[in-house]
Design a binder for this molecule. Structure first.
Ligand code: DOR
Length: 427
């Protein structure tokens, strides 16, 4: 079956395209941009999608997702995580290794990829661990995981505290031209902190995690990347200090890229409110100045990508005292409308926003995705940026519902998600 997407506004930053047109998909690939559509419209083998008033862009790419399988299938499985991605407009997702067992060897990588092939409905790219068991001590089987299909390494969820181990990892990955993805956090500075250290934590009587906990490690990792010449990617940037350090490092020519989550550019630590565990994540929601700084970082190119850090946790796990709840919130099904808010507020153009969710994250990990170039696999999202929606956690496709955005009225409705020329979601 071929698909003709008719009359939409095609925005593809990878090719500098922004204009009204048609997209023809054949045999799973982008075939052409036909000038006229008449000859396809009566053809029973062509499904015609009317995209008038909608945006047609490359399928979204999320380079920071926790799929939880193997080991934590009560929170999410590869199948439900992919369904959640498709519902959010994502056609490619990158999954972090903090599963059980940890993805620190080729057999776990192969298991994830097999499951993704048989049960997943979007493209799945695994990240391997930097160290065995994410314990920060001995390097994991990075070469074998790369051969098996890992596109980068990270101990996400856990920082690599030992600088010498980080140095070895950065030296080692260069053989495969993949980056080290850093969960930049000084565990000692974070201590038993559960939210941002500041006025709000004091009022609530909760132990804080200072911004310095992130800044110190971003600084360390940039220094080690400079020493080794390695590619470094900083995950979930949350502080003004990190943005400053990354900006300066990029200026010096350090091979550093970075991402920011929608929750860090939309919310501040005020969202913790009355101990809402759905506003608890790591790094924590920060203050107003930090929020402004990450938005500025997105604007000026210091931050390359918007990534969700989709971190599903079950209702039971989150329905406990704030101190005891696990860190993390789901994000795949709210990322697009939250990102569109940046456009509405005039912080980014729609083209910039789409780039931060398509070609730019793809480039960070050399995924070869995030484009509508002729001949490429047809991964496409069609969405209405103006349609009003109300976030309803009960309607999430994810197994978990831990979102602080439940009930929010936003704009941006995903109409179709297409992966390899197949419609995997229509809403
Ligand atoms: O909030 C978070 N949750 N931050 C992380 O780094 C890990 C993640 C998780 O795995 O739940």
């Amino acid at each position: 079956m071929s698909i003709l997407i008719k009359g939409g506004r095609i925005i593809d930053p990878s090719q500098g395209i922004d204009g009204k047109g048609n997209v023809l998909i054949e045999n799973g690939k982008i075939k052409s941009y036909p000038k006229t559509t008449k000859k396809y419209e009566g053809d029973l083998d062509v499904k015609v999608i009317d995209a008038k008033g909608k945006i047609v862009s490359p399928g979204l790419v999320d380079i920071h997702v926790h799929l939880r399988e193997p080991g934590f299938e009560h929170k999410e499985t590869i199948r439900t995580g992919c369904e959640s991605a498709a519902a959010g407009g994502f056609t490619s997702i990158v999954c972090m290794p903090n599963t059980n067992p940890v993805n620190d060897n080729a057999s776990v990588t192969e298991y994830i990829l097999l499951k993704a092939r048989t049960e997943g409905i979007v493209n799945v790219f695994p990240i391997g661990a930097i160290t065995k068991g994410e314990l920060g001590e001995t390097l994991a089987q990075i070469g074998e995981m790369y051969e098996a299909g890992c596109v980068g390494v990270s101990d996400d969820g856990m920082p690599v505290m030992n600088s010498k181990v980080m140095r070895h990892a950065m030296e080692y990955v260069q053989a495969f031209d993949i980056p080290v993805l850093s969960h930049a956090e000084d565990k000692d500075l974070s201590g038993s902190g559960v939210m941002n250290e500041g006025e709000v934590s004091t009022q609530l009587g909760l132990t804080g995690i200072p911004c310095a906990s992130e800044d110190v490690m971003v600084s360390r990792d940039i220094t080690v990347a400079e020493l080794t010449g390695s590619r470094l990617h900083i995950c979930h940037v949350s502080t003004a200090g990190s943005v400053r350090l990354i900006r300066a490092a990029k200026k010096r020519g350090v091979k550093v890229t970075a991402e920011v989550t929608p929750h860090h550019f939309i919310l501040t630590d005020e969202a913790v409110g009355r101990y809402d565990t759905n506003a608890k994540m790591n790094p924590p929601l920060r203050g107003k100045k930090d929020r402004e700084a990450v938005i500025e970082g997105l604007k000026d190119g210091t931050l390359d990508a918007i990534a969700t850090d989709h971190a599903p946790h079950s209702e039971d796990e989150k329905k406990v005292e704030f101190d005891l709840a696990p860190f993390g919130i789901v994000g795949l099904e709210t990322a697009l409308p939250l990102s569109l808010k940046l456009v509405e507020d005039g912080a980014l153009t729609i083209n910039q926003m789409i780039s931060k969710l398509t070609n730019s994250p793809s480039d960070v990990l050399n995924l070869g995705k995030g484009t509508l170039k002729i001949g490429e696999n047809a991964d496409v999202v069609i969405f209405d940026p103006e349609q009003e929606i109300t976030i309803d956690r009960e309607s999430f496709h994810s197994k978990s519902k831990n979102s602080p955005f439940d009930g929010w009225k936003l704009k941006g409705k995903v109409n179709y998600t297409i992966v390899n020329g197949e419609i995997v979601y229509s809403g």
